[in-house]
Design a protein. Structure first.
Length: 486
């Protein structure tokens, strides 16, 4: 399997090269040359680690299948407490795919617990001995998941950049207290898009790359712009569908719809890959918060990033430039020149409009909706009072949109992307409870009012010392990158 850039099909690489490099030289994202057609029924009969290995080997064809099987077995075992890809009933034929049972209590663990193993093996496959410097822009969950996955990995340094004031206090502390000799964390003045743009500019700067190369350092990414982040996320769509079949809710071949709270479009794009591989995915419903740039695009065909930015109770979705949409545009149009033109327009003018036939093709699979802040709070309260189901703010966005987009007789799987205890003040307030200013006191209050127990990895943050408190401007991200030595 070869991979090429969304903006230049002539730039072809192996999966190892795609994972090591992250972004293509001209700024495009790597996509597979084809969608492997699989025996989806056979894959659905496997346990999660074997299921992951079966999906990974279809794309990572220059990796030893035995390595992939071992890596998947080590990743999706004890760290997920036996709940990798766990599907929970909510009401009727609506389900929650709980993706937060990993070590950092967010769905990013599925990729970022495996991705370090893939990177180390990719370097081995390519006989690369240089130091890898990973730069990560995060709106909340990716940062901690990447830090947890890469800390103390030999030959790797990682620097994470998050918007100051743009995460929950629990998310911030998860990053600021991270252990490891090879990790660094910076708050960036501005919003997530400012941090992400700063990181992308470093990747696009050939002078920076040349200076680092002289020190035997190579840049890479752990954001979902890296194919190594995206491919493990395909697996849990198979896992959810398999559980619906095993529970007798559908027969194999019947469709299931998925509603995904998304900002950067990676998590929902993984469902598109699963569908193109042969899994009977029906509609993929894109759920946005008040920063509803994706909803507007999926309805009108016009993407406008120059708009008011809102800080919401679902900060991981507070994004105006959704990087992975570029991959979908390539798959639908089949034209690198067209995608390059659209991305150039977005960079220069802040917006673009796709052709009517492109929008129509996208709308065949993708539906959409968004939730205002009061609707998010109401959804949390309704799910708890009606169904006894406790969810976080991001999942509540998806539940709200899922109800609007539900098709009669078709199961709806809502991707639950984070533990409610990562956002205790927002969840408590939604439940009509007084929310203490301190997140840990709020966490305890949420435990007491619901009878649920906060994950140990979150509760213990209170005792950890903060290691990182630097605040920088987006323009200073380049200087951080250049500060590293061999």
């Amino acid at each position: 399997m070869q991979f090429f850039s969304t903006r230049d099909q002539s730039r072809r690489v192996t999966s190892s090269e795609a994972i090591v490099q992250g972004l293509s030289d001209e700024g495009g994202l790597f996509v597979p040359e084809s969608f492997p057609q699989v025996d989806a029924k056979a894959i659905c009969d496997l346990e999660y680690p074997a299921m992951a290995a079966a999906v990974l080997k279809e794309y990572l064809t220059d990796y030893d299948p035995a390595f992939l099987a071992e890596a998947a077995a080590k990743t999706y075992g004890d760290a997920f407490g036996g709940k990798a890809g766990y599907l929970a009933p909510v009401e009727g034929d609506t389900w929650a795919l709980e993706l937060w049972h990993g070590p950092t209590c967010a769905f990013k663990d599925y990729a970022l617990q495996l991705m370090p193993k893939l990177l180390v093996e990719a370097k081995r496959n390519l006989n690369h001995t240089e130091k890898t410097l990973i730069l990560v822009a995060t709106s909340g969950d990716t940062g901690k998941a990447a830090l947890d996955g890469y800390h103390d990995i030999p030959g790797v340094e990682i620097a994470v950049f998050y918007p100051t004031g743009g995460t929950s206090e629990i998310q911030r502390l998860q990053m600021a207290t991270q252990e490891g000799a090879n990790v660094a964390v910076y708050a960036v003045r501005g919003n997530f898009d400012d941090a992400q743009t700063g990181v992308k500019r470093v990747f696009a700067d050939k002078a920076i790359a040349a200076q680092l190369a002289q020190r035997n350092i190579h840049l890479s990414s752990a954001n979902s712009i890296n194919w190594g982040r995206l491919v493990p996320q395909i697996v849990y769509y198979f896992a959810a569908y398999a559980q619906l079949v095993k529970a007798g809710k559908i027969s194999f071949g019947q469709e299931a719809d998925f509603c995904v709270p998304t900002g950067n479009f990676g998590d929902i794009l993984a469902g598109y890959y699963a569908k193109r591989m042969g899994l009977p995915v029906g509609r993929l419903v894109c759920a946005s918060n008040k920063n509803n740039v994706l909803t507007d695009f999926l309805r009108t065909g016009t993407y406008t990033a120059k708009r008011t930015f809102y800080k919401t109770s679902s900060p991981s979705m507070d994004i105006l430039v959704s990087s992975n949409l570029e991959r979908l545009l390539y798959h639908v149009t089949g034209s690198d020149a067209e995608v390059a033109s659209l991305m150039s327009r977005l960079n220069q003018e802040g917006s673009y409009t796709v052709r009517p036939e492109t929008l129509a093709a996208i709308q065949e699979t993708f539906a959409c909706g968004y939730a205002e802040e009061d609707q998010v709070a109401q959804e949390i309260r309704t799910r708890w009072e009606k169904d006894g189901y406790l969810c976080d703010t991001h999942t509540a966005v998806a539940f709200h949109v899922a109800r609007e987009q539900k098709r009669k007789g078709v199961p709806m799987v809502v991707l639950s992307t984070a533990s409610p205890f990562k956002f205790p003040r927002s969840v408590l307030a939604a439940l009509g409870q007084a929310a203490p200013e301190n997140d840990f006191e709020a966490m305890q209050s949420l435990e007491q009012s619901t009878g649920r127990t906060a994950p140990a990895s979150l509760a213990c943050l209170r005792q950890k010392a903060e290691r990182f408190d630097a605040v920088i401007d987006p323009a200073e991200i380049a200087g951080v990158a250049l500060s590293y030595q061999e």
